[in-house]
Structure formats: C-alpha cells, structure tokens
Design a protein around this ligand. Structure first.
Ligand code: ZN
Length: 168
C-alpha cells in the first residue's frame, strides 16, 4: 500500500510514495512549514502535514485540487512552494532520527508538480471543505519543546513512536 500525491490538470505524473516514504515526506514538510507559516490558511496546511498519514495509513495522500484554496490561492500556492523549497535545504533534518535518502528526489518531483499546477478547478463538487481561513485551535499550534513543530491533533509527529519510517 502506498499514497498518491497528485495534481489533476498538470502534465506531471502523480507522486506515489510508500508508507515509509510518506512519513518522511510529511516529516520534512512539517519541519519546513512550521518555520514559515504565518496566516491561518498556512497554519492549517502545515497541520495537514503534521497530522498526515497517521490515521488510515496506506490510503493517504491528496490531490492539490482537494485542498480548500481561497480566492487568494496564488499566494497559498506560493507558500506551499516556499515550504517545499525550505524542506529541500534539509531544514531541521538534524532532528530526524533517520536518514532520508529519497526525500530530496520526492521533494523535487513534488515541487515540479505544484509549480506546474494551473490552480484550483472551481466546478469540482465534493464533500464540504474545511474553512482554512479560520485559525486552528491554539493547542494544535503549540510546539513540541524538543522538535519545535506543531503538536497538531495527534501530538508531535517526530515524538510519535508509531511513526518510524523504514528504509525504502
Ligand atoms: Zn517532538
């Protein structure tokens, strides 16, 4: 089982990651995103990473079109790109308890996908979306004293003993 990160409407192929690769992907995006997020929308996006792939393992991942973009989606997309760029500098990787040998390649491919994504498709009918312009509960933005990242709904993902990415 694995997880698919897609962007309907782009020419890039989907990024398909193993469960271990997905854990790493969310770890490095959480480390970078927590260093950058300012707005409510940005914090909510980073919480998606912080809590990502911890419930329903093996069926996680998302298409960019599924995110609750707002009218200012270009700025939101730019934030996502900045988070990926910062992750590609190995930001916070000294806090990881493992070596992520494939993360650079995954981030590079994901960046190309996000960069080429033309924007949200407004006609897409789906389940009600969360309103990410509302700030998340403050306790979810409390930071782990050891790792400095959001606690999220499920606690610091780098402190979670059930998340131990395996070699890919
Ligand atoms: Zn922690």
């Amino acid at each position: 089982m694995g997880n698919t990160f897609g962007a309907l409407g782009t020419s890039e192929g989907d990024l398909y990651l193993s469960n271990g690769g997905t854990d790493v992907f969310f770890d490095v995006l959480t480390l970078a995103g927590c260093a950058l997020a300012v707005s409510a929308w940005e914090s909510n996006l980073v919480l998606l990473f912080a809590d990502g792939h911890r419930i329903g393992r093996g069926t996680d991942g998302f298409d960019l079109n599924e995110l609750p973009w707002t009218a200012t989606w270009p700025a939101e997309k730019a934030f996502l790109l900045r988070a990926v760029d910062l992750a590609m500098t190995c930001h916070g990787w000294d806090l990881l308890a493992y070596q992520p040998p494939f993360a650079h390649d995954h981030l590079r491919r994901y960046r190309a996908m996000v960069d080429g994504w033309p924007g949200p498709v407004p006609v897409r009918a789906s389940a009600p979306r969360p309103d990410w312009t509302v700030p998340p509960p403050p306790e979810q933005l409390e930071r782990c004293p050891e790792h400095g990242i959001y606690q999220g709904m499920l606690g610091c993902r780098l402190c979670d003993p059930t998340l131990q990415p395996l070699p890919e």
